[in-house]
Write a protein that binds this ligand. Structure first.
Ligand code: PEP
Length: 258
């Protein structure tokens, strides 16, 4: 049985001054038995901007919420101006990171190769990578969805360190055309790709590991559609942008995932 995960992605939003009110509002919405159930049944985390990481770790701790980075550099230190290493993130109390979000691929030149390298580094250093993949609208309309996600996944799989990884990493299928557009994939479209990814995982890692690894859906997930998405057999949670900025909306999604 895979434990569900709801991961918020705040992108380049919010300031440290917003944290206390956000987590108080979230905490007020998920209280009592629901809070106990949430802790047991759903992993909740927020990927926040670098400047918020250390304070967010403290602010989120009372609710058992983990804080993630939105990116990392594969090298532990060095002449990489503007970058952040895994030891730096760990020092701030961060235990997970998005890797290869489509906005990183689209606007900051991340390739399958850099995503693979970062994933390997994260696994080697005990940081949970949430590896994002997904097709653009042009690729979907050209019938290339499976070919694209197969290629993106294969790059990561071929770079894995030795040893079991099924519980140590998470995949996030995020069709680029659904991110921030208000146009979510239908639950059927999402399930088709999740199912395909799980079959690919089976080819790379074997059936047991493929059955264990969590695959999140991302792309305009909201309180309105999360129940239907989570009802699909291969969808294990959500990577949530816009709706994660609103504590009440995100809390409703967590309560739906219980
Ligand atoms: C995301 O940032 O990964 C995302 C899915 O954004 P949104 O939920 O706003 O589409």
């Amino acid at each position: 049985m895979r434990k569900r995960m709801l991961a918020g992605n705040w992108k380049m939003n919010k300031l440290n001054g917003d944290l206390a009110a956000f987590f108080a509002a979230f905490g007020n919405a998920v209280t009592g038995d629901a809070a106990v159930a949430a802790a047991e049944r759903v992993d909740v985390l927020f990927a926040v901007p670098y400047t918020l990481l250390a304070q967010a770790v403290v602010a989120a701790a009372p609710w058992g919420i983990r804080i993630a980075a939105q990116n990392l550099h594969a090298d532990p230190s060095g002449a990489f101006t503007g970058e952040i290493s895994i030891p730096m993130l760990k020092e701030a109390g961060v235990t997970a990171s998005l890797i290869g979000h489509s906005e990183r691929r689209q606007f900051f030149g991340e390739t399958d190769a850099t995503v693979a390298r970062k994933t390997r580094a994260a696994l080697e250093q005990g940081m949970l990578p949430i590896v994002c993949l997904g097709e653009t609208l042009v690729e979907r309309e050209a019938g290339q969805t499976e070919a694209v996600v197969k290629r993106q996944l294969a790059a990561v799989m071929e770079a894995l360190p030795p040893g079991p990884v099924a519980d140590a990493m998470v995949l996030a299928y995020e069709p680029v055309w659904a991110i921030g557009t208000g146009r979510s994939a239908t639950s059927q479209q999402a399930e088709e790709v999740h199912h395909f990814l799980r079959s690919q995982l089976s080819t790379h890692l074997g059936a047991a590991a493929a059955g264990q690894m969590r695959i999140l859906y991302g792309g305009s997930a909201s309180p309105a559609n999360i129940a239907e998405l989570l009802a699909q057999p291969d969808i294990d949670g959500g990577l949530v942008g816009g709706a994660s900025l609103k504590p009440d909306d995100f809390a409703r999604m967590v309560l739906t995932a219980l």
